[in-house]
Design a protein around this ligand. Structure first.
Ligand code: E4P
Length: 212
């Protein structure tokens, strides 16, 4: 499973990019709003840091508005992937954008059948939201497992991004389920790198070395 970072914060992106573990970035309107900066400026800056797919989301609710925004976003950089919400208007936009060669990431996927629709409309990526399903007492990972199975069975090339990841167990389960990509918030990267036995091990090695 490839790893993306799920943030619009430049410092977080720079830090995790230096670890050498990410090959893409996902943002959404809430993450952009947290930064309090111009949307396109932020997205452009991200493209200068990470050389891989950078998802930027439209906010229009109608197909024409989505198309207009998507074409503008796509002009920023060839790595831009336009995030489109999962609804009727979104599917129509995805169909047209895929014919125009603009990459799309269909977001707010909460069922395997939504993912199938998005894939058939021509989505490059689908983003099932694991954490938000867990929040309402639904097993979020089941949907990732189902989408993986359906896409494999029917030879669908759309890539699955496990999104709304809230902890390292989500990452582990998404990887085991066969998601192509996990998009992970900064704090979860920090949790993933930590293990008490690693810290104790480093301390012990140093202690022994210094007693030489
Ligand atoms: C994915 O692309 C979304 O930006 C994100 O994963 C949503 O996560 P949240 O449910 O923690 O807001």
């Amino acid at each position: 499973m490839k790893l993306f970072i799920d943030t619009a914060n430049i410092d977080e992106i720079k830090e995790i990019n230096q670890w050498g573990v990410i090959c893409g970035v996902t943002t959404n309107p809430s993450l952009i709003a947290k930064e309090g900066r111009d949307f396109k400026e932020v997205v452009k800056e991200i493209t200068s840091i990470v050389d891989g797919p950078i998802s930027a989301e439209v906010i229009s609710l109608d197909t024409n508005g989505m198309l207009k925004e998507a074409r503008e976003l796509a002009k920023i950089h060839p790595n831009i992937v336009v995030k489109i919400p999962m609804n009727k208007e979104g599917l129509k936009a995805v169909k047209i954008l895929s014919q125009e060669g603009i990459k799309t990431n269909v977001t707010l996927i909460f069922s395997p059948t939504q993912a199938l629709l998005a894939a058939r409309a021509g989505a490059t990526y689908v983003s099932p939201f694991v954490g938000r399903l867990d929040d309402i007492s639904n097993e979020g990972l089941y949907i990732v497992e189902d989408i993986v199975q359906i896409f494999k069975l029917h030879n669908i090339k759309t890539q699955i991004i496990a999104a709304s990841i809230r902890n390292p167990i989500h990452v582990l389960d998404a990887a085991k389920a066969g998601a192509h990509i996990g998009t992970i918030p900064y704090n979860v990267f920090i949790q993933m790198i930590k293990h008490p036995l690693t810290d104790i091990g480093i301390e012990k090695f140093l202690e022994d070395w210094n007693s030489l």
